[in-house]
Design a protein. Structure first.
Ligand code: PEP
Ligand code: MG
Length: 761
């Protein structure tokens, strides 16, 4: 619409904004400013009445009016949800009525003298996503306000929000974007991803930008800023797609596609442009359009669309951050106190950027049990609660949080008694932990005298000490790719070697099993900009051994680093995601060639190299008769194995709880592999997350597993469980149950544990 058109929403709003700009810039008191605002709006919209209600002490108070009785100012109050004004604030919605009194929610307030007015239009004054007040107009004639007038009201409301929050006229919680309903203590539920308890303040991984200035000084300059922000955002999205930095699950691909769709959406950029035409700053224009979209979305109850809007919200925030120059994540800004981090989702590398001393917990809107970010958090000893809906709306930046993942909950803004009870429980948990620690020097010997080799999964330098603290028998899985994930560039051979040497030195006599890099899947490296990373389904794509054999430079460097680091020692090395024995043969050959090369250089060799294989791809189970004679040990990676057995993406939060590790399908499969390994005299261990859970571990040991490699925090609890277990009693029973399986093995096993005094939870 051309700007000279008197009906142009831009022009109507711009005229109002020009006046508002002067009012805001004046030295008058906030009350005087609001008194002037109602005059300006009333005149501009030819309305006898214009009123501003503000949220104070939990109620909407008439704060300024033109046209209603002045005696009603600061006297008339409406509860949230009461009357038209209360409804607008509660639902954050617009009302536009030609006959206000005919509306079922109309609440008559005699002191205002409003009975003479028929038409009514009101818009919420929004701070972040919640209403902090209402701006309304009324007219004697029954007429509906035009779309352009409503637009002008909404733009005015946005400017008012800046004035009101800045002047401290409303409840503090409301000004922080929390509706009064959400400002008290709240209990939010989620999915247990990494057990633990923590208290800290809420920090958003991607801090929300607060729009400070809404009225533009120079519209052309603002337009320019938005143009270049759009350009930059599109470049970022394209780069993400090209690098598959988002790589991982198909779900991430969906998000990326949606991002792309919105980033190039003409409608979105046009609406932002129109908002700038009306006189808003670039930031305010983006926020204004976002608010409008949110309001529309509230009226549409379509979960699929809601998900899409989530993506638009993310993108809108990204655009805001670019335009305002507030680019960093919370990690880059540094954590200043005990923190509970909040994010929609995180990559493992993003999590590792945080200061481990201050990061006490993580709350995710998404997340699943075996996603690598969860595994990394577990390795870092950071509790994680996943799948908590609406965190941005319900938690404010800086809120105190009590995270109790064991209870699947977080308490937001706790009262002092809640804090006390939390701290009491925390002390009890710590006491329990101390009891486990007292088992540190005790071996994991079971009732029948048999000893289980309990090792830890590790991957970060800081994990090495966990072995000693937990009294573990070694490292059963050292995920070498973690070093690649935390580096900004590909770690050179020397750096790799240094880390491996440190690990071996710390382990001393104890066994360490190095796994060659498992890159790909949800462990994409931003610096490997290979076109090949752009995959439909990276978990089943070019990852781990597949990538290593094709790009053997990477594997050669790692082989030399491992061989040099283990000079004079035993080197245990295993290969991830082997699907057929020839892949193992090729990898072993590559190592042997590198060993000979090191020897030719006159450098000392490991005393022994033991080659192992991970069983994560179900197809390999059909090759056991061929594979077992070739290998020194087998390690079952149940995280990947179960995702492939059930065809259920391990990173997909919707499937996180669908299939049970104790389902007969998994247990029977494992039993077959364990039996074959025993028959072939090949040591077999479990290194997936399953082995770290007590009931699951009980079943595994009942099936004959003698080696478990688990997350360090699980060592103590597992030892306590194992010391009460008699596998010679459970073994035959479990066998019989699996021969005639029932859907609910979990209940059967739990009942067995309870009957036999075995602590499993
Ligand atoms: C597994 O898949 O079970 C495993 C141990 O490897 P990762 O979790 O690193 O893929
Ligand atoms: Mg795996």
């Amino acid at each position: 619409m051309p700007e000279t058109d008197p009906n142009s929403p831009a022009l109507a709003a711009r005229n109002i904004l020009r006046s508002l700009h002067d009012i805001m810039a004046s030295r008058n008191s906030p009350q005087a400013k609001l008194n002037q605002v109602v005059q300006v709006i009333g005149e501009a919209l030819h309305s006898e009445v214009c009123s501003i209600y503000l949220l104070r002490d939990g109620a909407l108070e008439l704060y300024a009016t033109r046209g209603l009785n002045q005696e009603a100012v600061h006297v008339t109050k409406l509860a949230l949800g009461e009357g038209l004004v209360g409804k607008i604030a509660e639902n954050v919605e617009v009302l536009n009525l030609d006959e206000a009194m005919a509306h079922p929610d109309f609440a008559y307030k005699p002191e205002t003298g409003e009975e003479m007015f028929h038409s009514f239009a009101g818009v919420p004054i929004v701070r972040r996503e919640a209403a902090i007040g209402v701006l309304s107009v009324q007219h004697a004639d029954p007429r509906r306000y035009a779309e352009v007038e409503i637009e002008a009201l909404q733009t005015t409301a946005m400017v008012l929000s800046e004035l009101i929050a800045g002047a401290g006229l409303v409840d503090a919680a409301a000004a922080r974007g929390l509706s009064s309903r959400d400002s008290g203590p709240q209990e939010l539920k989620g999915l247990k991803l990494v057990d633990g308890m923590a208290m800290g303040v809420a920090v958003f991984h991607q801090p929300r930008v607060t729009v400070e200035h809404t009225v533009a000084e120079d519209t052309e300059a603002e337009r320019h800023r938005v143009y270049s922000a759009f350009r930059k955002m599109r470049e970022q999205i394209d780069a993400m797609a090209a690098q598959a930095e988002f790589g991982g699950s198909g779900e991430h691909q969906d998000v990326l596609d949606t991002y792309k769709m919105f980033a190039y959406d003409e409608g979105w950029s046009r609406r932002i442009n129109e908002a700038i035409d009306s006189g808003l700053t670039a930031e305010a224009a983006i926020e204004r359009v976002q608010q409008r979209t949110r309001m529309r979305m509230r009226q549409i109850q379509d979960p699929l669309l809601a998900e899409r809007m989530h993506d638009l919200e993310d993108l809108s925030n990204r655009l805001l951050r670019i335009v305002s120059g507030q680019l960093g994540t919370a990690a880059q800004m540094g954590l200043r106190q005990d923190t509970i981090l909040i994010a929609r989702n995180l990559g493992p590398a993003e999590l590792l950027e945080y200061d481990r001393r201050r990061l006490k917990g993580v709350i995710l809107e998404e997340g699943s049990l075996t996603a690598h970010v969860t595994i990394v958090a577990r390795a870092m000893g950071v509790p994680v609660l996943g799948r908590v809906p609406n965190v941005r709306r319900l938690i404010g930046e800086g809120d105190t949080l009590l995270l109790d993942v064991g209870a699947c909950q977080v308490i937001v803004r706790p009262t002092p008694p809640m804090e006390d009870s939390f701290l009491g429980k925390l002390a009890l948990t710590n006491k329990k932990r101390a009891e486990y620690a007292s088992l540190r020097d005790q071996p994991a010997v079971m009732k029948n005298g048999e000893r289980i080799k309990l090792m830890v999964n590790a991957g970060l330098r800081d994990d090495i000490g966990a072995m000693d603290i937990m009294g573990a028998d070694g490292i059963g899985l050292f995920r070498t790719e973690f070093q690649f994930l935390v580096s900004a560039t590909l770690p050179q051979r020397e750096r790799q070697q240094r880390l491996y040497r440190e690990v071996l030195d710390a382990a001393g006599e104890r066994e360490v099993v190095f796994r060659t890099v498992d890159i790909g899947g949800d462990k994409a490296l931003p610096y490997l900009r290979e076109e090949d990373h752009d995959e439909e389904n990276p978990a089943m794509g070019w990852r781990a051994i597949r990538l290593s054999l094709d790009r053997d430079g990477l594997m050669k460097a790692q082989a030399r680093a491992l061989i040099d680091a283990a000079a004079g020692n035993t080197l245990n090395v295993m290969f991830p995601m082997v699907s057929e024995p020839w892949e193992f043969d090729r990898a072993r050959e590559l190592f042997e060639t590198q060993k000979n090369w090191v020897l030719d250089q006159g450098r000392p060799l490991p005393a022994l190299i033991r080659y192992g294989c991970m069983l994560e791809v179900p197809a390999l189970a059909e090759w056991l008769d061929v594979l077992l004679p070739k290998i020194d040990f087998l390690s079952i990676g149940t995280n990947d194995l179960t995702q492939f057995l059930f065809a259920a993406d391990r990173a997909n939060p919707r499937l996180a709880e669908r299939y049970d590790w104790l389902s007969p399908a998994i247990l029977r499969f494992l039993r077959r592999v364990i039996r074959a390994s025993h028959a072939g005299d090949v040591p077999v261990s479990i290194c997936g997350e399953m082995g770290g859970r007590r009931l699951e571990a009980m079943a595994l040991v009942g099936m004959g597993v003698q080696r478990l490699s688990v997350t360090p925090a699980a060592v103590g609890p597992l030892k306590a469980m194992l010391r009460n277990l008699d596998p010679s009693d459970l073994g035959p029973k479990l066998d019989a149950w699996l021969d005639l399986p029932e859907h609910h093995m979990r209940e059967k096993l739990a009942a067995y544990a309870a009957e036999n005094g075995i602590i499993v939870d």
